[in-house]
Design a binder for this molecule. Structure first.
Ligand SMILES: Nc1ncnc2c1ncn2[C@@H]1O[C@H](COP(=O)(O)OP(=O)(O)OP(=O)(O)O)[C@@H](O)[C@H]1O
Ligand SMILES: [Mg+2]
Length: 460
């Protein structure tokens, strides 16, 4: 490698001089004592002596308000200060010159001939910033959360418990895994957590992993650079993670994520870094919420879901209860939906008969709260008056699920049926409470020892 002297020697002297003294920049060099070693011709117009005469004089004799010598004293560069020359503010850089670690002088340079130039630049940046803000706002309109906790209805301990955990999760940046059967409100919780978090003004980007063809998952999530493969979009593609920058990404139906993508997702969660197809790794600031109605534990046993990913996702687990075990919330939910649907339906349905409510309470609700909402909507369409009656409900709903004819026929007693139900409820509640027995007993509204006794009785 060549040393500095060799490099300098290769540059002709008059070229070096042109670099120092050109009409576009003004330069002054002072020595350790603050005496001028060099001053460019462009100073000619606004100093009292000629540049040649200025050499050897102290800076302040030639430019009374000059500050360059102070940089010699401090040894620290000062960039971007303004300095008024002939009533015109100029932007200046003052840089100490060192040899063997010791300051031996300084040079000053007017960076812009006029601050007008800076002003122009500033205006341009301002307008670009405005444009960026507009794009960001539009993006946030598209990628925003649609629900908040105020939309999640239910007073049962089960719902209160789930909401409480979700609210706590909203205060942190940890990954959240929401599990529960179809229609239990997983999506609503994901939206609400984002809306209650510090990221609420940033994008909420939702990805349904089950609806993307396997081979497209990677480009959907991470995007690709232009010309990465044939058939690619000309300008490349921005991935969902990048869209979620500073916000939240919601990976819905995570149980349907192909195994090879699970490996990649694991890496992204670990490194907080994504790699566009055909691009370089890039750090992304995001918060992850995942949801599934599939049994991930079972999937792990079958090796269709990765253990390491599960533990990464499952930092906070919100397990949503099925509607059949929170029937005390049914009346509030029904009335809430009647009110909600009335606002968009040109009908005046305002209530539901007690008899109909009884039938709803008897139903087993495999489609959970979504099924309930749809059913109320259908009943309101059929209803000609102001109250929903049995006739407006779908036929077949009238047979309460807990009176299974087959069961009765095979001689199972009422007590047997009740015990069966009790065992199922305890099992589900324990799951929701993360196997924490005192939490489960609180949710169930029974004493802890009562719960222990029942668990013992059922061999749990
Ligand atoms: N606690 C609740 N309060 C009010 N409405 C609810 C509640 N839970 C669910 N809903 C209603 O049920 C519908 C379905 O909820 P959501 O889409 O969140 O379910 P999900 O668990 O994501 O279901 P899936 O697994 O099928 O995707 C919502 O659009 C909403 O109308
Ligand atoms: Mg969903």
């Amino acid at each position: 490698m060549k040393n500095e002297n060799e490099i300098i020697d290769q540059i002709p002297r008059d070229i070096l001089f042109q670099v120092l003294d050109n009409p576009y920049e003004s330069m002054i060099i002072v020595n350790k004592e603050g005496r001028i070693l060099f001053i460019s011709k462009s100073y000619e117009d606004f100093i009292s002596v000629s540049p040649e005469e200025a050499i050897g004089k102290h800076l302040t004799e030639v430019i009374p308000k000059g500050q360059l010598h102070t940089v010699v004293e401090s040894g620290r560069a000062k960039i971007g200060a303004t300095f008024t020359v002939e009533g015109q503010p100029r932007v200046i850089a003052r840089i100490p010159l060192k040899m063997n670690g010791e300051v031996i002088g300084a040079y000053g340079k007017l960076m812009f001939w006029h601050t007008d130039k800076l002003g122009e630049l500033y205006k341009k940046i301002k307008s670009l910033q405005g444009e960026i803000k507009l794009f960001k706002d539009t993006l946030n309109q598209i990628y925003k959360s649609n629900y908040g906790f105020e939309n999640i209805i239910g007073n049962s301990p089960l719902i209160q418990h789930a909401k409480e955990i979700a609210l706590q999760a909203a205060l942190t940046d940890s990954p959240v895994l929401i599990t529960g059967e179809s229609g239990t409100g997983k999506e609503m919780y994901a939206h609400s957590i984002h809306r209650a978090s510090k990221r609420r003004d940033n994008p909420f980007v939702s990805v349904n992993c089950s609806s993307i063809p396997k081979e497209l998952v990677e480009s959907e999530l991470f995007g690709y650079e232009p010309g990465t493969f044939t058939g690619a979009l000309k300008n490349g593609k921005i991935g969902k993670f990048e869209l979620a920058e500073t916000g939240t990404i919601f990976l819905d139906e995570i149980g349907d994520m192909p195994l090879n993508m699970q490996v990649k997702l694991m890496r992204v969660l670990q490194e907080k870094e994504i790699e566009k197809l055909g691009g370089k790794p890039k750090r992304i600031d995001f918060r992850l919420i995942a949801a599934t109605n599939r049994n991930l534990e079972e999937m792990m046993e079958k090796k269709t879901f990765r253990h390491d990913l599960y533990y990464r996702l499952n930092v906070v687990n919100i397990c949503l209860p099925p509607l059949r075990i929170m029937k005390e919330d049914l009346p509030v939910l029904v009335n809430h939906f009647i009110k909600e649907i009335r606002q968009v339906m040109p009908k005046d349905v305002r209530s539901i008969s007690q008899e109909s409510m009884g039938v709803l309470i008897g139903h087993s609700w495999p489609g959970n709260i979504r099924e309930l909402r749809n059913l109320i909507e259908g009943a309101m369409i059929r209803c000609k008056d102001t109250q929903i009656e049995i006739d407006h409900l779908p036929p077949g709903l009238g047979n309460p699920s807990w009176v299974r004819l087959a069961d009765t026929a095979s001689g199972i007693t009422l007590r047997g049926q009740m015990e069966k139900a009790e065992k199922a409820i305890i099992k589900e509640t324990l799951k929701i409470a993360g196997q924490n027995r005192s939490k489960a007993s609180k949710i169930l509204g029974i004493h802890r020892t009562g719960l222990y006794q029942k668990m013992k009785k059922y061999g749990m």
